[in-house]
Design a protein around this ligand. Structure first.
Ligand SMILES: [Zn+2]
Length: 250
């Protein structure tokens, strides 16, 4: 059973503190897919929380529709040299990134997935049509960018961050200490309402292949959430950006 810190009520999101039986009873829904009914659970000795009933009530793209894959299993796949493990990882990342973007853009017109894909490895492209059904679908924990600062318990976990952000790309010149060769690190800074939320640093192949410009974006990124002094960053594994400028409000 999934637990939720917030619930969707009409057009707004409420927290446990906002909840009033007379107003919200049977009228609150999953904050991510907005279709699964959720309810308040009150037990002795633990603070009340929101919970949903059955997984099947969520939208198929909602992270709460499938079982979650434990972080240690993801790490095992990432570190594995086995082709079969790499294919499975590729499938999980792609299917979860796509689902995030569908949820994000699903209600909007002109849903044109004009995406930039950045893979960890230039030669890996294991997604083949008709080949993906044999993998069990599992959810990678996913956080909307607006909630990221509240989710510090996810530090050092592999997660997906998705949402709409203002992207700024900064180029930093660096020198390799041993070879003295110069190289460029691209720092992608994700902001909301002008405030820094997190960043991604790319170098080498990934930096060279980034054909993204500054501006408002819809995005989903998979990687390991890290903290450097007080700044959150993602050790990027796979990044997917949809440029979506026509409607940028929420
Ligand atoms: Zn849901």
């Amino acid at each position: 059973m999934s637990q939720f810190e917030e619930a969707k009520y009409l057009e707004i999101y409420i927290t446990i503190e906002d909840y009033i039986d007379k107003v919200h009873y049977q009228k609150i829904f999953c904050p991510e897919c907005k279709i699964a009914p959720i309810h308040i659970v009150r037990k002795q000795k633990i603070p009340p929380y929101f919970a949903s009933n059955r997984k099947e009530e969520h939208h198929q793209d909602c992270q709460h529709y499938e079982e979650f894959i434990p972080n240690k299993n993801l790490v095992r796949l990432i570190n594995s040299n086995q082709i079969e493990d790499q294919k499975r990882l590729e499938f999980l990342i792609r299917s979860n990134l796509k689902a995030s973007l569908r949820l994000l853009l699903g209600n909007e017109k002109g849903n044109n997935f004009n995406t930039n894909f950045l893979e960890n490895n230039s030669s890996t492209n294991t997604e083949k049509k008709g080949n993906t059904d044999r993998y069990k679908k599992e959810s990678i924990p996913r956080v909307h960018i607006k909630n990221l600062r509240k989710k510090e318990e996810l530090l050092d976990n592999h997660i997906i961050i998705y949402g709409k952000a203002e992207l700024e790309i900064k180029n930093h010149e660096r020198t390799n200490k041993q070879t003295k060769e110069k190289f460029t690190v691209k720092q992608l800074i994700f902001r909301r309402e002008g405030k820094f939320v997190f960043s991604i640093s790319l170098s080498g192949y990934k930096a060279n292949n980034l054909s993204q410009e500054n501006g408002n974006i819809s995005f989903a990124v998979f990687g390991e959430l890290k903290k450097n002094s007080s700044f959150l960053n993602i050790k990027s594994h796979t990044l997917r950006i949809c440029r979506f400028v026509s409607d940028f409000r929420s």
